[in-house]
Design a protein around this ligand. Sequence first.
Ligand SMILES: C[S@@+](CC[C@H](N)C(=O)[O-])C[C@H]1O[C@@H](n2cnc3c(N)ncnc32)[C@H](O)[C@@H]1O
Length: 233
Amino acid sequence: MLRFDILTVFPEMFDSPLSSGVVGKALKNKIIDVQCLDLRRFASDQHKSVDDYPFGGGGGMILKPEPIFGAVDHLIQNSDLKPSDSIILLSPQGRKLDQKKAEDLAKHDRMVLICGRYDGVDERVVKHLVTEEVSIGDYVISGGELAAMVLIDALTRLQQNVLGSAESIEDDSHTSGLLQFPQYTRPSVFREWEVPEVLLSGNHEEIKNFRDAESIKRTLERRPDLLQGTDSN
Ligand SMILES: C[S@@+](CC[C@H](N)C(=O)[O-])C[C@H]1O[C@@H](n2cnc3c(N)ncnc32)[C@H](O)[C@@H]1O
């Protein structure tokens, strides 16, 4: 089982996305477990504040260190979090998530995901608690929660017995370093658009050759950097 502990000021954001589809099924079948901890529980003042003004001035608020360290201490004391478990901060400054990184992280059996908010988190969290920072791309979103959900989904579909045998991970874009070939379903003619004949032929070898060629062609057209091994990461 792969367990995620989420540290967030918006735990309710996780309810709906985790209840449907592949992730919902994996949770139900106990292949993954997701526990959300509300950072406000670990606020040290009477107002339960989790953020404060930045030293040196500037516009936004910063997530305070005490609630985040407090939540991790709580996990160590109450749920056997080990020093070797990863503590990941979702951050636009982190290493960009790609399929290879997802495959590496999917081998873990537990990780803590810290969701930043406002203008970010106190740097002492990054320096003295976090084991790595992960970004979902070169853009800024308002909080780490959606990024954590992306990470959870990408890692969940790589767990054994999550996808049915018909949904092959190997054919997925990025797994083999290529984009996936185009896919079609019934009807074989929709309006005046026909499905490529070879896919209706039943000839497995020809279908495989067609798909391999389409995969390479599509990757060349859309993401030549993948073929040169010069992914922008
Ligand atoms: C508005 S952002 C703060 C960005 C920060 N001021 C900076 O420039 O690095 C608030 C939080 O959203 C999350 N976040 C934003 N963009 C992200 C991305 N591309 N990948 C992962 N997390 C992201 C992080 O947890 C971040 O602390």
